[in-house]
Design a protein around this ligand. Structure first.
Ligand SMILES: Cc1ncc(COP(=O)(O)O)c(C=O)c1O
Length: 463
């Protein structure tokens, strides 16, 4: 810390926070007797809190966002320069960083061609849902409007996104929901034994076939799209079983479904590729992204489509309702694409995809090694620097560990100065997966420090 805040300043900040801030996803009762954590500064992989305590951040800002790490002056400079030149104009017009970032992004996404800017992952997904609905009206008399989503996936916090949400603890008490969203089963092989009829062999094909079964149940002429995370994030870091994505793609083609991939977490390097879907040879029609696009240096999200989707919105210029009649005020902020351009340059110039693959492999190896020592680790899953460890009471029954104990592991790591995550208010009874998503700049020492902290915490919590 450079001492920017004196003790007195920070105590005032803490008081102001306690008096006025409504923290996200937080129960506030404990703050009546304790102070909330305030993160004051960040550099590289580390952040400092109001007490000056240093933390190694293994979750990139808590929610898999700060992909290139903290304190990047070149991004700050790019944003500053752009803000002085032009901070904003509505997205009905273009901007220099908007056009240049779109061009750069499309270079990384062969087969895709159009970028629609917005300001959050939820909003980007809403745009995709709206496009599906409008295409249904324009081409199919309104009929092909249903949107399939998967158990355990998350697509955002708005009512429509929660209607497409496979995490019941996020949705509970916020209904009634938007009609026309249909759930399909998850593809978590480790928990296949809990799914009726799931086979031991060829599980991936079976899990994908459940999507076809849902389409047939609903009527193929009523289903417009399928929305999936490439690797499920907050629902338990679920990497797809083998054969899954190939079959999913076949099913979408067979029934004329638009394939909407939610890359809000996976996108821009997290899995060791530019996009998670590219790890599995998927050809999407729509891709949404947010968090890592500018590593949190500015708010930016986008929906990227292929030319087929784009074309369906300009068939009749005389019809006043023919085009995508949507706007996002802050989708016109230029700070986002300015930051995103510099963010992508950093990932390229510093070979961060390669580092992500190497460090991700190290993290998986370390956690797999911990399985020998700690019976409570039932499964280790991941892709790149996107890793989860599911904790169970017993490896045979796979009964999930009590959430309180998982929370205790996270708290113990925090006390050691390492911030890790866990599945949080996600699946009832299954908030039992530790989550790791360090910045793509992580070194071998950082990875070892994170897994050493987990080792110590598991020892203390479970003996
Ligand atoms: C996979 C996924 N999609 C969408 C969202 C929503 O993004 P936002 O919080 O920017 O609205 C999230 C947020 O965690 C996410 O994990």
């Amino acid at each position: 810390m450079d001492g920017t805040f004196s003790e007195n300043d920070i105590s005032h900040v803490v008081e102001a926070d306690k008096a006025h801030i409504w923290h996200h996803l937080s129960q506030h009762k404990p703050y009546e007797t304790t102070d909330p954590r305030i993160i004051v500064e960040g550099k590289g992989m580390r952040v400092w809190d109001q007490k000056g305590k240093e933390h190694l951040d293994a979750v990139s800002g808590g929610v898999w966002t700060v992909n290139v790490g903290y304190g990047r002056e070149s991004i700050a400079n790019a944003v500053r320069d752009q803000l002085i030149k032009l901070n904003y104009f509505a997205g009905s017009a273009g901007s220099i960083p908007g056009a240049l970032f779109a061009e750069k992004l499309i270079e990384k996404m062969p087969g895709m061609s159009r970028v629609y800017y917005t300001n959050s992952g939820s909003e980007a997904n809403e745009k995709a849902f709206k496009m599906v609905r409008q295409i249904a009206h324009k081409k199919f008399g309104g009929k092909k409007h249903k949107i399939l989503y998967r158990d355990r996936d998350y697509h955002g916090t708005t009512i429509a996104c929660l209607s497409a949400g496979g995490q019941d603890e996020r949705g509970a008490q916020y209904g009634p929901f938007t009609p026309g969203f249909v759930r399909v089963p998850h593809c978590l092989e480790y928990r296949a034994f809990e799914q009726d009829g799931a086979p031991v062999e060829n599980y991936g094909l079976w899990a994908a076939d459940q999507i076809e079964a849902a389409i047939l149940r609903e009527g193929p002429d009523t289903v417009g799209s399928l929305c999936l995370e490439p690797v499920t994030a907050g629902g338990g870091v679920i990497t797809p079983p083998s054969g899954y994505w190939e079959r999913v793609q076949e099913i979408c083609e067979k029934y004329g479904l638009l394939l909407h991939i939610d890359e809000v977490v996976c996108g821009v390097g997290r899995t060791g590729s530019w996009f998670g879907y590219q790890d599995y040879g998927v050809k999407p029609d729509m891709v949404t992204m947010a968090k890592g696009v500018a590593s949190g240096y500015a708010a930016i999200a986008c929906l990227v489509t292929n030319e087929g989707v784009f074309d369906s919105f300009k068939t009749n210029a005389d019809d006043p309702l023919d085009y995508f009649r949507d706007i996002s005020t802050f989708g016109g902020c230029t700070a986002g694409p300015a930051a995103a351009l510099e963010n992508i340059r950093i990932i390229e110039d510093e070979n961060l995809l390669e580092n992500t693959n190497q460090m991700g492999a190290r993290m998986m190896d370390n956690l797999n090694a911990l399985m020998e020592k700690h019976a409570v680790i039932g499964d280790v899953r991941g892709k790149g620097l996107f890793v989860g460890a599911e904790l169970v009471q017993d490896r045979d029954s796979r009964v999930p560990t009590a959430e309180k104990q998982v929370t205790a592991v996270v708290a113990d790591c925090m006390a050691q100065g390492v911030i890790i995550g866990m599945t949080n208010r996600s699946i009832p009874g299954y908030n039992n997966t530790l989550c790791f998503s360090p910045a793509l700049i992580a070194t071998a020492d950082d990875i070892d420090r994170i897994t050493d902290a987990v080792d110590g915490a598991l020892g203390r919590v479970f003996g």
